[in-house]
Design a protein around this ligand. Structure first.
Ligand SMILES: Cc1ncc(COP(=O)(O)O)c(C=O)c1O
Length: 383
């Protein structure tokens, strides 16, 4: 029995979500439902493995043992039906660094890079900060579900070298279907566009949905795709900075990996690799139970907001929900102010996700149901 209702005090642990509230929200006591980590304790099988390694008091230079990649490969096959080879794996401390490394190693200044707003905001910075040309393929909200404008995507692909894809998508929560992946992939193949498929949320699939790995759709698509995955979101271990970029095409892998080697970014963190092995080896039932709990939190929120001015865009994956406040008629600043200073809630501000984020807020539901009930009641009361 996994106790997701247990409240863990995270204050004064240098934790971004709680200890940066004053700085981010100008108020130290908002209920923090913003940055994407969970209020649930890291599962016992990971904690035990890390504690056991910590018992040996020397934390010197180390390498990742064979079981590190083996455990990821087995997980990917078991959970996602994707068969990989061990030499496809390149280490990265995080996925945002990997996105930046891909831009630096696989594109040139001025090259076009496509992203699909409203989308995880570091994608914008990664393109702009390195002097690449930002090409946006705006997602379209139809019947309460976000969809891809493929004609526009093809137009953008003609001017692009790289496509940074969020799959499942943060913040709109879509699990992209095989036919959608195939269409995107084929357009990229036709136009010689490399795909960086950021699949960091791939394990956080809500019951009734199924994630498809972009690189598993066809061999042509695999040849142009870098897949980014991590145990960080899945098992709540983002602080251990351990992720993978999986590249089957040897030429692309060589370019990417040479860049990583040139900046000596191969070592990693002992506890990250221990935690990753434990998570991917023993985490199946924990993640399944987690997503049932998130689904319950989502339904608490949705029921509370039924017939209110706030519309919940139902996610198919991730532990976040994208909330539509547009019917309130309020400006983004007014929404933000009411949330923080009247409702006492710290959400992620829609406009930071780019065009299409206006009038929206993202709420993190990876917390106890008790907290979700309080937050939902406050939202209903204040709006
Ligand atoms: C789509 C997406 N990519 C990457 C990240 C974070 O990556 P990392 O912390 O590994 O750099 C997040 C975190 O919220 C995310 O939502």
């Amino acid at each position: 029995m996994i106790d997701f209702d247990k409240v863990v005090d995270r204050e004064n642990t240098s934790c971004v979500k709680y200890d940066l509230r004053q700085k981010i929200f100008d108020r130290p006591d908002v209920i923090p439902m913003w940055v994407a980590d969970m209020d649930f304790p890291t599962p016992d099988f990971i904690r035990k493995a890390v504690l056991q390694r910590a018992e040996n008091p020397i934390y010197g230079y180390s390498f990742r043992p064979e079981s590190y990649v083996d455990s990821i490969q087995n997980w990917l096959l078991r959970r996602h039906g994707w068969s990989t080879e061990s030499d496809w794996f390149v280490f990265s401390p995080g996925i945002v660094p990997a996105v930046n490394f891909a831009i630096l190693s696989l594109t040139n200044p001025g090259d076009g890079v496509i992203i699909q707003p409203p989308v995880y905001f570091p994608f914008f910075n990664a393109v702009n900060d390195h002097g690449r040309k930002l090409l946006t393929n705006q997602l379209v909200l139809k019947n309460n579900q976000y969809q891809i404008d493929f004609d526009d995507f093809e137009r953008k692909a003609k001017q692009a070298r790289l496509f940074i894809f969020s799959s499942p998508h943060n913040p709109v929560g879509r699990v992209w279907q095989p036919d959608e992946l195939q269409k995107l992939g084929e357009i990229c193949v036709r136009n010689n566009v490399i795909i960086l498929s950021d699949e960091i949320h791939n394990d956080l699939i809500l019951p009734g949905n199924r994630h498809t790995v972009m690189a598993s759709v066809s061999s042509e698509i695999a040849r142009i795709t870098l897949t980014c995955i991590a145990p960080s979101k899945t098992f709540n271990i983002a602080g251990l900075a351990t992720s993978s970029v999986i590249i089957s095409n040897p030429d692309l892998r060589k370019k990417y990996a040479s860049f990583i080697d040139s900046i000596h970014l191969t070592g990693g963190n002992i506890f990250g690799s221990v935690a990753s092995i434990a998570g991917y080896s023993h985490g199946d039932s924990w993640v399944d139970a987690l997503m049932v709990y998130i689904e319950e939190n989502l339904s608490i929120l949705s029921h509370a907001l039924d017939n209110s001015i706030i519309k919940v865009i139902k996610p198919e994956a991730t532990y976040m929900a994208w909330l539509d406040f547009r019917a309130s008629g309020l400006s983004d600043d007014e929404i933000k102010h009411k949330l923080i200073f009247e409702a006492g809630l710290g959400l992620s501000h829609g406009p930071t996700f780019g065009e299409g984020g206006e009038g929206f807020q993202r709420i993190n539901l990876a917390t106890t149901s008790g907290i979700v009930k309080v937050a939902a009641a406050r939202l209903k009361e204040i709006f």
